[in-house]
Design a protein around this ligand. Structure first.
Ligand SMILES: Nc1ncnc2c1ncn2[C@@H]1O[C@H](COP(=O)(O)OP(=O)(O)OP(=O)(O)O)[C@@H](O)[C@H]1O
Ligand SMILES: [Mg+2]
Length: 397
């Protein structure tokens, strides 16, 4: 079942489009609005409920293109279809830049319109079935930079890869990860959610989260070890069952504590990232942690060692780190004092603050290794339209 929002200022065209949708065999709910796109932009509820926006752009204007861009930036999951008669090459380019994913020619070609509808519905069903990826970050030793990396990676996946990300701060001490990425005061902490666990459902959880950025939410840490002690495995079990379906990626910042709650998080993680620095105390602690993971039965392919704050001029090279801890280093993140300091002091993700800094580049690479950039599909209607267009220039010989 997909929710379709049809925006058309012309009753006749709206009825024809609705008739094609009704006969398509795709399970749907249709809402039709006879208003301009600017008003649609302001109708947050209608947009939030919609999976597909079909815009009748018979008389497409620059204002419409601007509004479409605004809409698709704000509602990343929303698929936009533009209905337009004989669009020019420029219009197609602009529409694509504005986030339009399908262009349907007017008058509607039933077969290709229904094929697009089915594609959107299929993607929607896939997404609904999808269980989010769970990643846990563990400090081998205090001050490794675990919280910094985990929180900034969350931001990278949300913004660079358009994933819906939830960061869960399981630190026993000073759960303050939320303030590394934004200046919002968390409405509640994980300990407070657990204290009212019988109320837990999607809307209660949503009210407790810090909505740091459009695709990036944070469940704030307990704040102190006494409150953290009230979090029980049964609580986390209920939280995980809920959030796995709501998010593409769930990131647990486990910190340094190994206790039943953190082991539950690790047990339910697709990947575990121990974070260490290349110093003797860190690699000793790393060695102990790797032994613990072995005794907990975590297979090597689930464990991805991160060496943070790495300085090539340091005394301990990566080969030594790997030999001592008995595991391959999966990724090295550089020591990059100034951008990191600015980021933590201002509470702004480093990728937002200094995108081209070495640490930002490493974080973007890490995000890329977890969620590679999608390859451009050769089958979209836009591609077909471009392909069908006759060449205006002779091809080089
Ligand atoms: N790549 C880096 N380059 C320079 N400084 C860094 C880097 N990563 C983290 N830091 C700094 O290291 C300090 C510790 O970082 P962070 O709090 O993320 O560590 P942690 O492992 O989560 O610590 P804890 O175990 O206490 O929770 C921070 O002040 C941060 O500014
Ligand atoms: Mg930390």
């Amino acid at each position: 079942m997909i929710n379709i929002l049809l925006v058309s200022s012309d009753l006749g065209r709206a009825q024809q489009i609705a008739a094609v949708i009704a006969a398509s065999g795709v399970g749907h709910q249709l809402r039709t609005l006879a208003v301009g796109l600017k008003q649609v932009c302001a109708d947050k509820d209608a947009l939030q409920a919609a999976d597909l926006l079909i815009f009748d752009g018979y008389h497409l204007t620059q204002d419409d293109i601007d509004s479409l861009e605004k809409l698709s930036n704000r509602h990343r999951e929303l698929v936009c279809t533009l209905v337009t008669p004989a669009p020019s090459h420029d219009i197609l380019i602009q529409a694509m830049r504005a986030g339009v994913r399908n262009v349907a020619l007017w008058p509607i070609d039933r077969d290709s319109f229904v094929a697009d509808l089915k594609r959107v519905a299929g993607r929607h069903v896939e997404a609904a079935r999808h269980d989010g990826q769970v990643l846990s970050f563990v400090s081998c030793k205090g001050g490794s930079g675990t919280t910094f990396i985990a929180a900034n990676l969350g931001y990278a996946l949300a913004t660079l890869r358009n994933k819906r990300v939830l960061f869960v701060d399981l630190n026993q001490q000073f759960g303050d990860a939320a303030c590394l990425v934004c200046d919002k005061t968390p409405p509640a902490t994980i300990a407070e959610v657990c204290a009212q666990i019988e109320r837990l459902d999607a809307s209660f959880l949503d009210a407790c989260l810090t909505h740091a950025y459009p695709n990036f939410d944070v469940l704030a840490g307990a704040g102190d070890p006494v409150k953290a002690g009230d979090i029980k495995v049964a609580h986390l079990e209920r939280i995980v069952a809920l959030i796995r379906h709501e998010y593409d990626v769930v990131i647990f910042d486990v910190g340094q504590s190994v206790n039943p709650v953190s082991i539950f998080a690790l047990d339910h993680s697709d990947l575990i990232f121990p974070v260490l620095r290349s110093s003797v105390p860190h690699i000793r602690a790393g060695q102990r942690l790797m032994h613990l993971f072995q005794s907990l039965g975590y297979p090597a392919e689930r464990v991805r060692v991160l060496v943070n704050q790495y300085d090539k001029r340091g005394q301990i090279d990566l080969k030594t780190v790997e030999d001592v801890i008995g595991a391959k280093v999966s990724k090295v993140l550089p020591h990059d004092a100034r951008p990191v300091l600015d980021s933590v002091n201002q509470g702004v993700p480093v990728l937002k603050l200094q995108k081209s800094s070495p640490i930002s580049k490493s974080l973007a690479e890490l995000a890329d290794s977890l969620a590679p950039a999608p390859k451009a599909s050769g089958n979209s209607v836009l591609t077909k339209l471009f392909r069908a267009r006759p060449r205006t220039q002779p091809s080089p010989t």
